[in-house]
Design a protein around this ligand. Structure first.
Ligand code: UDP
Ligand code: MG
Length: 198
């Protein structure tokens, strides 16, 4: 059976991790694919690490990596991707703002011949106006100064082939911006759109 690695950076997420695993399993139960979780503990100071140790012991498809201190989400994503070996990879936030049910259409879209299928949020319902304003400004500025297009509303949430991930891992950037790197290597990518979830 095909295998999917789910890379999830976590920073002080003791309350959300088990709910996340349950939701992902429930919302993707119709996908004929084996799911392996890779949690990356980004130097949490709560009970995230003991919890990861416990659930990794209890479930052979749950793995974890742990940082000695907080290095930030980009570093966690990199370490997580490096740990995977599956033919398909996805990266997700643990707070369920990346809707796991989207993995099903993403999978079918990928099979049409894409190297990656991303998720693009088309509404910002439930988000503070100021956050939306700065976010819009960010995309305006970055697309002016950069020749690498950054799709507005695109999340880090995407389903990616092994070949694409291996290309990303060959880039030796130390200050990483995943959305930029994924755009720069220029594989065949498409986006599915969805409404914001609180
Ligand atoms: N996260 C992380 N390191 C950090 C901050 C966040 O690994 O220093 C993780 C966090 O646990 C979550 C994901 O990155 O799974 C996105 O974080 P958050 O929801 O806070 O970001 P936002 O929704 O504001 O982009
Ligand atoms: Mg979030």
């Amino acid at each position: 059976m095909e295998e999917l690695a789910i890379v999830v950076p976590v920073y002080n997420e003791q309350e959300t991790i088990e709910l996340f695993v349950r939701e992902v399993n429930k919302k993707t139960e119709n996908l004929e694919i084996k799911k392996n979780f890779y949690f990356v503990n980004d130097g949490s100071s709560d009970q995230t690490l003991p919890l990861l140790k416990k659930i990794a012991r209890q479930n052979d498809n749950i793995n974890y990596i742990s940082f000695s201190r907080n290095f930030g989400k980009e570093a966690a994503l990199l370490a997580g991707l490096q740990a995977t070996k599956e033919s398909l990879i996805t990266v997700m936030d643990v707070d369920l703002q990346d809707p796991p049910e989207l993995l099903v259409p993403m999978y079918h879209k990928l099979k049409e011949g894409y190297d990656a299928v991303g998720a693009r949020r088309i509404s910002r319902k439930g988000e503070a106006l100021i956050v939306s304003l700065f976010s819009n400004l960010f995309y305006k500025i970055i697309n002016k100064v950069s020749t690498t297009p950054i799709v507005e509303g695109a999340r880090d949430f995407r389903l990616i082939t092994r070949q694409f991930v291996d290309s990303i891992l060959e880039l030796r950037e130390s200050n990483r911006f995943s959305k930029g790197l994924f755009s720069w290597v220029d594989y065949k990518v498409t986006y599915l759109e969805y409404e914001n979830h609180e």
